[in-house]
Design a protein. Structure first.
Length: 95
């Protein structure tokens, strides 16, 4: 079983989880989530982005493996369509 750390250094076989505060999407007509990521190294497994709709965590994006060839590679932007949650209040989890 892997260990859990938030906002700290993560070493091999550990898992980092970030959970956002609540976001009220009701003022938005076409909500989307955008963020930048960098996944370099032999120990990179995956990044899962999930949305909590008040009942369930729903996986909206999975990025697998080391997507960057060097630590100096530019970061990559991801844009996730979350329009299915329009008018909801949600949380977002990066794991």
């Amino acid at each position: 079983m892997s260990s859990l750390r938030q906002f700290g250094t993560v070493t091999q076989s550990q898992e980092a989880i970030f959970v956002s505060p609540l976001f009220d999407l009701s003022p938005l007509t076409i909500p989307e989530l955008s963020f930048w990521y960098h996944m370099f190294g032999a120990d990179i497994d995956s990044l899962n982005v999930s949305v909590f709709d008040g009942v369930n965590w729903n996986n909206e994006l999975t990025i697998s493996g080391g997507t960057h060839q060097a630590k100096t590679d530019p970061w990559t932007e991801a844009v996730v369509n979350i329009s299915s949650y329009a008018n909801d209040t949600i949380k977002v989890r990066f794991k």
